[in-house]
Ligand binder design. Sequence first.
Ligand SMILES: C[S@@+](CC[C@H](N)C(=O)[O-])C[C@H]1O[C@@H](n2cnc3c(N)ncnc32)[C@H](O)[C@@H]1O
Length: 296
Amino acid sequence: MAESRRAGPDRRRFLAGASAMLLAPPARANVPLPNDRRASPPMDNRAGYIGWMVKNRAEDPAFLGARYDRFRLMLERKDLWDKSAMRAYLMTPREEFVLPSSRDQAYVGHYLDIGFGVTITGPNTVCRMTNSLDIAMGEKVLEIGTGSGYQSAVLANLTDKVWSIEIIAALASRTRKLYDGLIARGYGEYRAIVTKSADGYYGWAENAPFDKMIVTCGIDHIPPPLLKQLKAGGIMVIPVGPPGAQHVLKVVKQQNADGSITVSRRDLYNGGIVNFVPFTKIEGGGIRGTHNGVPN
Ligand SMILES: C[S@@+](CC[C@H](N)C(=O)[O-])C[C@H]1O[C@@H](n2cnc3c(N)ncnc32)[C@H](O)[C@@H]1O
């Protein structure tokens, strides 16, 4: 399926439909300070953060306050530890990525429904997974499970090369339109995100290898095609386990001196279970079942 960076005629036609209306954002101000990756808000005090963001990003002080309060909680819980990941979280307007009906809950700690039977992952999990990837500017990152678009929006503050795959075509179109609207308002960092609708189990071979990968749907094994497309020395974070009982693993692929590959795994929650929506698959032209079972 074709990749996309901006709205084309087909997507525009689709977006005239009901699901687009659901997410149609209220008219919002353009961003006064567009996409300056060197600029950073103060992180050590709430008022300073809100003031800087209102001046430079024209965002709503009520959402900024809630974003900052969640930030402090995540620091305490060790969901965030690097300055670059802290900045990425603080610069990303989560309220733009949730359904309008749950905008007032944008900064609660857990996942929220985004339609199509799937969810936007909670900010705590997004941040712990993102920070664990240790992303440097210029690194190539692949996300499986675009969903609301929030995760890739955070990633786009860390690198200028993000690819994201979503299996539900209508959701992929809706999120693409959302990115395009935000880019038009001055969130130029989202130009980094290339999207497509496909079954992410097979990765994105044309753009491989990737430095980092993040999988946001749960599966009982590490997909071999993804591991193959990860660079030696690369990191993948992925929820692995049976339905309803996944462990979020940090997987590091290492190449040994003799050319052999070693894969190490560490549980980001030290044995704690985090539930994710299933890693589904396309079969016979539709989404049917999951990829759980023997790796294929
Ligand atoms: C937890 S949700 C969305 C999380 C998302 N990163 C966000 O920030 O909103 C996981 C997403 O993975 C998608 N998904 C499930 N199986 C997939 C597959 N085989 N390929 C690509 N996306 C898949 C789901 O449709 C869903 O949108």
